[in-house]
Ligand binder design. Structure first.
Ligand code: NDP
Length: 399
């Protein structure tokens, strides 16, 4: 990324953990004279205060909130700054359609699907943090990016690590992808202990500072299950050749094994500004404010096999990807509903995987469409899984 080239950037989900890290990185790169950029659009769901503060600082042309109830507050908050505003899901899509050449897709959940697709369809480079949109409609999203000629730049640290060491010219020489997992806050907890885990305990990730939903996903290890499905869409490797390995220090962000036995890895401190920087500058490099690795301080790297009994979400994700069709979208939507219910205090921690499993069984039993090649099918599968999951949540909450 040379200082001479000014880039137009949009951040979908700018008020979240990834959005804030992206703005921090951009600020750092600009201060170093490494990047000239203009912000085209910034978006949030309802956090008007942070969005308005970002607007004052970064002077985007357009800001939008997804929740229409906050439209008037946003208009008032940026009045006089000469910034256009919008509200409602269509306004988020409008932000995605505006002319930016690098779009950070950092909305949480399947809500990111439509806006990410809009940006993909006009040929923007997609820096993809929003893993749920690939889980829900991976073939649709990757086809849209390919057809329009943009690049898919994975931001998730594991996928970004693999992206950096994957030989795309010789994918048949790859024998395994090894996705590392920290194991989350409950890595050493028994099932009995997890049964009483609170939302505060579940979001207290040992290594990474992240939004609430992905933090709970890390605690159930559904995050790694979603990442397995995400990886199968980004890299031309069969899902059976993607392994999950618990690595509590989160220093090795993932690895690629080649047929000759060589294993290439990307390492770094657990700071999302490193993979964000890699996706911003790719294939160049740009400085990032993230701390550099001190190997002597890290001292040792350890590994363990994942425990599928305590973390059934990993098994569910494997079953969903093996079944294919609507099952990954079903897994994702049911999990989103169950995580929200857990954060809301309506269901217990272990109910998250239990509800997701029940919804997957419901859908498998009803024999709904087993193919998923269109956006409409993804949206229908997502909607049906949410309906079934909400029924299950209501039943648990009433029990
Ligand atoms: P956060 O919850 O911190 O932020 C989510 C962002 O999306 C916020 O800007 C939020 O706005 C916005 N948002 C929420 N709901 C909607 C909606 N319905 N429509 C439009 N915008 C919405 O999440 P994270 O930053 O942690 O994660 C974002 C994505 O990146 C997730 O898919 C996650 O899995 C992925 N990811 C995150 C990592 C991390 O380190 N945090 C690491 C790797 C991947 P508001 O502030 O108003 O609620």
């Amino acid at each position: 990324m040379g200082a001479s080239r000014s880039r137009k950037i949009t951040i979908l989900g700018s008020t979240g953990s990834i959005g804030v890290s992206t703005l921090s990185l951009l600020e750092f790169a600009a201060a170093k004279g490494e990047a000239a950029f203009e912000i085209e659009a910034l978006t949030a769901n309802s956090n008007v205060a942070d969005l308005a503060e970002q607007a004052r600082k970064f002077k985007p042309k357009f800001v939008a909130v997804a929740d229409p109830r906050y439209g008037a507050a946003l208009r008032d908050a940026v009045a006089g700054l000469g910034i256009e505003t919008g509200a409602g899901p269509e306004a988020i899509e409008e932000a995605a359609m505006r002319d930016a050449d690098w779009v950070m897709a950092a909305i949480v959940g399947a809500a990111g699907l439509h806006p990410t697709l809009k940006a993909a369809k006009r040929g923007a480079d997609i820096a993809l943090a929003n893993k749920e949109c690939l889980v829900c409609a991976g073939d649709v999203v990757t086809a849209a990016i390919d057809e329009a000629g943009g690049r898919l730049l994975p931001v998730d640290s594991e996928h970004n690590a693999i992206f950096q060491v994957f030989d795309f010219d010789r994918p048949n020489r790859v024998s395994r992808l090894i996705l590392t997992a920290s194991g989350g806050p409950f890595r050493t907890w028994s099932k009995e202990e997890m049964a009483t885990a609170t939302p505060a305990q579940a979001v207290a990730h040992p290594n990474w500072s992240m939004g609430a939903k992905i933090s709970v996903d890390s605690a159930t290890m559904m995050n790694k299950g979603l990442e397995l499905i995400e990886a199968s869409h980004i890299f031309p490797v069969p899902h059976e050749q993607i392994e999950i390995l618990v690595h509590p220090q989160s220093v090795i962000h993932s690895m690629v094994e080649y047929v000759d036995g060589s294993v290439l890895a990307q390492l770094g401190t657990p700071d999302m500004r490193t993979p964000i920087a890699a996706s911003l500058a790719w294939p160049d490099r740009t400085p990032s404010p993230s701390a550099k690795l001190d190997f002597a301080e890290v001292a040792k790297l350890t590994f363990e096999a994942p425990d599928l009994d305590r973390f059934p979400a990993l098994r569910l994700a494997r079953e969903a990807i093996a079944a294919g069709g609507v099952m990954p979208a079903t897994l994702n939507a049911a999990n989103e509903v169950a995580v929200a219910a857990f954060l809301n205090g309506d269901v217990k921690f272990l109910d998250i995987a239990a509800i997701t499993e029940q919804v997957l069984s419901d859908v498998a039993r009803s024999g709904g469409t087993q193919t998923l090649t269109t956006l409409e099918q993804a949206v229908a599968a997502d909607k049906e899984a949410r309906r079934l999951a909400e029924e299950r949540v209501a039943a648990k909450a009433a029990a």
